[in-house]
Ligand binder design. Structure first.
Ligand SMILES: NC(=O)C1=CN([C@@H]2O[C@H](COP(=O)(O)OP(=O)(O)OC[C@H]3O[C@@H](n4cnc5c(N)ncnc54)[C@H](OP(=O)(O)O)[C@@H]3O)[C@@H](O)[C@H]2O)C=CC1
Ligand SMILES: Nc1nc(=O)c2c([nH]1)NC[C@@H]1CN(c3ccc(C(=O)N[C@@H](CCC(=O)O)C(=O)O)cc3)C=[N+]21
Length: 309
């Protein structure tokens, strides 16, 4: 399917950090890894679990399937009914943990309120945690082991790196501190040597912090939350928000958290939505799948290797 690109993105305007080429670069490496693993008898397989009907997740899952299949990764979609209990979901996860054909498990958020998402994330075997959300995976990030990080956070930092800015000592401000986006971004940036400030809904003046940022990461979930007067001239602005709204033409459209019409005149770099962090997030998931597979392969080989003669 052809995605409509943001009207703001123009081929000649290099302030816009387009995600497509970065995503493609990552996928090219993944394709090679998939071919090699398949040849070695370890074909990768992802399982996506969705509970109930969640429109916001559909785009994400569709893009996951498309990218997985384009790399040769098998993709199974399990759609469980909205009234699935936590016990039932846990049992399904245990089954996948035990199934050697399953490389990685993705629990699509949001889950119904009755289900404890943290408990479910922890129920996934750490070796099958391709989203980097298991407490053990998060712990690895804190210990500066960065090869398998939460996808959106890793994608956001990848976008910043594509500017060529030196991250050491860079003033970075992250707005939003959710477990899947804001917090892991802060850890990754610290590991890269940036000086990091994290803002959330109790922060007294988000604007005062944001204006000091050389790199501003925004993951709040509110359209046009960041306006031009909150951005330092010359900054890199990484817009992680994915919000659906009705445009002036009465059509539904996807917008980020940054008022890009005004911010583009102040910032040196800005990521468009759509076409920015989103496609890179999905590619990182594929890369994580191959990191997980490699770990499983190593474990299997060391556990069962028999030397004859
Ligand atoms: N591109 C991608 O791959 C992905 C994009 N997203 C998008 O990113 C956005 C954020 O997602 P997610 O982190 O899951 O959302 P959450 O709703 O979990 O988190 C939003 C964060 O924003 C903070 N916040 C809310 N209002 C304010 C405010 N007025 N000032 C400062 N901080 C505020 C909240 O703080 P507090 O907790 O203190 O209330 C919270 O930490 C959404 O638009 C989502 O769709 C999400 C996942 C992946
Ligand atoms: N466990 C979990 N992890 C997530 O990371 C997670 C989640 N659940 N639930 C839903 C949100 C949302 N999200 C998206 C990621 C990429 C695109 C994406 O690829 N967007 C493209 C296409 C947009 C379009 O086609 O309209 C773009 O921005 O250009 C969209 C949405 C991940 N999330």
């Amino acid at each position: 399917m052809q995605h409509q690109s943001s009207p703001l993105v123009s081929a000649t305007d290099n302030r816009f950090l387009r995600g497509g080429p970065i995503a493609e670069g990552i996928l090219a490496e993944v394709r090679e890894a998939v071919a090699k693993a398949t040849e070695d008898g370890f074909p990768p397989r992802l399982v996506s679990i969705t509970v109930g009907e969640v429109a916001a997740v559909d785009v994400y899952v569709r893009n996951q399937r498309r990218k997985a299949e384009s790399c040769g990764i098998a993709f199974d979609e399990r759609r469980l009914p909205a009234d699935t209990t936590q016990r039932e979901l846990e049992a399904a996860i245990q089954g996948m943990n035990a199934d050697p054909r399953v490389t990685g498990i993705i629990i699509q958020r949001p889950l119904p309120r009755e289900i404890n998402v943290k408990a479910m994330q922890a129920a996934i075997h750490p070796l099958k945690d391709v989203e980097g959300m298991h407490p053990a995976s998060i712990g690895n990030i804190v210990y500066n082991q960065l090869d398998l990080a939460p996808c959106t956070a890793a994608a956001s930092v990848e976008m910043l790196k594509s500017t060529g800015l030196n991250l050491k000592g860079l003033e970075a401000v992250v707005v939003g501190h959710s477990e899947i986006v804001g917090k892991p971004i802060a850890f990754l940036l610290m590991s890269e040597g940036a000086t990091v400030t994290v803002c959330h809904h109790m922060t007294r003046s988000v604007a005062a912090h944001a204006r000091r940022a050389d790199a501003l990461f925004v993951a709040v979930g509110k359209p046009r939350f960041i306006k031009a007067d909150m951005v330092k001239p010359g900054a890199a602005v990484i817009d992680i928000g994915i919000n659906s709204e009705i445009g002036p033409d009465g059509q539904e459209r996807v917008v980020g958290d940054v008022d890009s019409d005004s911010v583009k005149d102040v910032a040196s770099w800005i990521t468009p939505v759509p076409g920015g962090v989103g496609p890179v997030t999905v590619s990182i998931l594929m890369r994580n799948t191959m990191v997980a597979l490699k770990r499983q392969q190593e474990l299997y080989t060391s556990a069962f290797a028999t030397k004859v003669g």
